[in-house]
Write a protein that binds this ligand. Structure first.
Ligand code: EPU
Length: 435
């Protein structure tokens, strides 16, 4: 089905008003879903965003034999019926997060097989750290040919995975989560060094610890996991707010907001963005669980924001997932900004579309670009290339003069729940067209 968004832009005017609440975090709940493999009995998950990736993860669990019930953000998962760890190719191909199932499945069943995971096309996205880590835990890794992509078959040693010391050559979010979960059912202690520090990792550790796991140091570079049996204590998970969605809303309202409050968010997870926006001249009122942007519209709604250099970095640095929305922002800032995407080598391709909309951007190489502003943007027909760049196009279309059509909205639905309804609430002119 060719679904697309039709957006009428504000030509740079600041018009949005109201309150926009943030949904549960995609990159947290997907890992909590994978973690249900480590539990005996039913687990309840709430504040689950109704997004494509979450629904596909539930499908993947069902295909494995799990019983999944629920709707409207509340689900129960019982993995009692799962007896093996062969991940379905068609779903895993769509979802990078499918890889995090490999840790709990291998540690529980002694064997897992999965195709090279899919997800957003933003770079090579290798899985060498996963394969090396499993070998360190005593597993045997082999690669089979599964049609168009490789299928990995991993077998634990007799007696199960062994705790190990795993040093990540580069920090990996899903890698850290996978080995944290593998360690829960391994024999002995697992130590992850140079672990990623993203809040979703701390959240996952808290969830597992609340159910009886013994994980120390999550949120620091060294995490220690004590091997034990299946978890059976507290079985409730509340999905925390999505910091990337909150950040994207904040960028949008910094550009087009008259007076908007981004509510149900966790400002402590957004410090790098808050710092950059404030430096660039945006007035923010930061509360305990909200951020309000009140732009001065008396000056004819003219942008008074200044250019700022952007370098993506592992948490607590500037998130790569906010690089695309922030680059749209920089097209409206006065002066020259450098954008340095350090994490993924395919995450600047969308900039060509912003140039078609009128932005003055020079792409230096796959990691670096220079944005000169402010330049008025004009509405265009655009193809959403991936989740985060897709939302950046929505923001660009709202800032632009005239109408835009954004195709391939599946890529946006993967991570943002009913985005057109929620943006309409604060005054955006956006319609979903089906057929
Ligand atoms: N890397 C390797 N080898 C590996 C794994 C990673 O070289 O085995 C490299 C990657 O190529 C990349 C770097 O390590 O250069 C960091 O990648 P990481 O593994 O941290 O990324 P990820 O775990 O695949 C998660 C999020 C991404 C987010 C990144 C960075 C999930 C499901 N995905 O990906 O989210 O951009 O961390 O913060 O948690 C998104 O939500 O749109 C998204 C892409």
């Amino acid at each position: 089905m060719n679904e697309r968004f039709y957006i009428t832009g504000f030509a740079g005017k600041k018009k949005l008003e109201g309150v926009i609440p943030v949904s549960g975090a995609k990159n947290a709940v997907l890992k909590a879903m994978a973690a249900t493999i480590l539990f005996k009995g039913k687990v309840e998950l709430t504040n689950v965003p109704e997004i494509e990736d979450a629904l596909r993860m539930l499908d993947l669990l069902k295909e494995l034999g799990a019983e999944v019930d629920g709707e409207n953000g509340k689900y129960t998962i019982d993995t009692g019926g799962v007896s093996s760890g062969n991940l379905a190719t068609d779903i895993s191909k769509k979802l990078r997060a499918s890889i995090v199932l490999s840790g709990p499945l291998l540690s529980r069943f002694g064997k897992v097989s999965f195709p090279h995971p899919g997800g957003c096309v933003i770079g090579a996205r290798p899985i060498d750290l996963f394969l090396d880590g499993f070998e360190k835990m005593g597993a045997l890794v082999s690669v089979e040919n599964d049609g168009e992509r490789a299928r990995y078959v991993i077998k634990a040693p007799k007696g199960g995975l062994r705790g190990a010391e795993i040093f990540f050559r580069s920090q990996s979010v899903t890698g850290t989560e996978t080995f944290m979960m593998a360690g829960v059912l391994a024999k002995g202690d697992t130590i992850i060094k140079n672990a990623a520090l993203e809040p979703e990792i701390y959240d996952l550790a808290q969830f597992l610890n609340s159910a009886g796991a013994k994980i120390e140091g999550a949120g620091t570079p060294t995490i220690k996991i004590k091997g034990m049996g299946l978890l059976s204590a507290r079985k409730k998970y509340v999905t925390p707010p999505d910091r990337i969605e909150a950040g994207s809303f904040l960028i949008l309202v910094a550009l087009c907001g008259k007076d908007v409050t981004v509510s149900n968010c966790e400002p402590a997870h957004l410090e790098s963005l808050i710092e950059i926006l404030c430096y660039s001249g945006i007035d923010l009122i930061v509360g305990k669980n909200f951020i309000r942007v009140k732009n001065d519209v008396k000056k004819g709604g003219k942008n008074k924001i200044r250019a700022v250099n952007l370098k993506t970095h592992e948490y607590p640095g500037f998130p790569t997932d906010l690089q695309a929305p922030m680059s749209v922002y920089l097209t409206q800032a006065v002066g020259e900004s450098q954008v340095f995407e350090t994490i993924f080598e395919g995450r600047l391709n969308y900039l060509e579309s912003l140039v078609r909309m009128g932005a003055n951007i020079t792409i230096m190489d796959p990691h670096r670009a220079i944005v000169r502003g402010p330049t008025p943007l004009v509405g265009k027909e655009l193809e959403s290339p991936d989740l985060r760049a897709g939302l950046a196009f929505v923001i660009a279309a709202i800032v632009a003069k005239g109408d835009s059509v954004i195709h391939n909205v599946y890529n946006i639905d993967r991570g943002y729940e009913k985005i057109e309804e929620r943006l309409s609430e604060i005054g955006v002119s956006i319609t979903r067209i089906t057929g």
